[in-house]
Design a protein around this ligand. Structure first.
Ligand SMILES: [Zn+2]
Length: 262
């Protein structure tokens, strides 16, 4: 089956109304962009969502796929003690990916019932009306950008031969250093990095994006780049149209919502 949906989303807890409360009004553009994405995802009627997260188990030299049959998530760490989310895992497809990629890419399987917030926040916003969708949580790793791009290309082949309709969510925030009150402190490199990423993505300059200066990446204090690069590997060779739905940074962290129409 072709891939029916692919997007970049932020994972700010503030986007969850019970956590963000009055601060959510400062993320209006992101909020309505996520609503648009939600509609688009629902229209695609996915069987399986691959969600790529920067948080959770990040290993130095192996990608991590979580194939637990069921997942739970809560937002206690953000002061919301009532929300409880449940998702079903796509164990079958996760196993198939492992089988075919075993000799081609460094990949480790884990069984961890608790979802990290990098996965659960976009899923909570985008799958409200998709109670039966299955998920495969994936974590990127310490290897370089090229390895992530290649891994995406390998994943794509598996999705194309699968009978499932697959959606891909690359979860990640851009620079955490965009203002004086930013969580990681201010660096002028933050803005430079975010501009470059948005520019390369909208112009489909993937080769340039893979060559972004390592020093610039390090100084930007981002968490989303490798999620994005895996997504670009998956989209490689396909005819897609990047559509930026929103970019804003009211809290000094760059939040990008981009839909890749295939
Ligand atoms: Zn993050």
């Amino acid at each position: 089956m072709p891939i029916i949906f692919s997007a970049i989303t932020p994972h700010s807890p503030i986007l969850v109304p019970s956590i963000g409360k009055e601060n959510l009004s400062r993320l209006k553009a992101t909020e309505s962009a996520m609503e648009k994405l939600e509609e688009d995802l629902r229209a695609g009627d996915p069987d399986t969502i691959l969600v790529i997260s920067p948080h959770g188990l990040i290993q130095q030299d192996a990608f991590t796929i979580n194939l637990n049959p069921e997942f739970e998530a809560n937002f206690k760490e953000f002061g919301d003690f009532t929300t409880k989310l449940r998702f079903n895992g796509d164990v079958g497809l996760a196993y198939k990916i492992r089988e075919s990629l075993e000799t081609k890419a460094p990949l480790q399987l884990i069984s961890e019932p608790n979802l990290d917030y990098g996965s659960s926040i976009p899923l909570s916003l985008l799958t409200k009306k998709l109670p039966d969708v299955k998920i495969i949580p994936l974590h990127y790793c310490g290897l370089d950008l090229q390895a992530h791009f290649k891994f995406g290309q390998l994943l794509k082949r598996e999705f194309m031969v699968s009978k499932n309709k697959v959606a891909v969510i690359a979860s990640g925030d851009l620079s955490h250093k965009l203002s004086k009150d930013a969580p990681a402190g201010y660096s002028p490199k933050g803005k430079k990095f975010d501009k470059k990423i948005v520019d390369y993505l909208t112009k489909r300059k993937t080769a340039e994006l893979l060559e972004i200066d390592r020093q610039l990446i390090a100084e930007a204090g981002e968490c989303g780049l490798k999620s994005i690069v895996i997504l670009l590997g998956i989209l490689d060779g396909m005819n897609y149209e990047p559509k930026m739905l929103s970019y804003e940074a009211p809290f000094g962290v760059g939040y990008l919502v981009m839909n890749f129409k295939i």
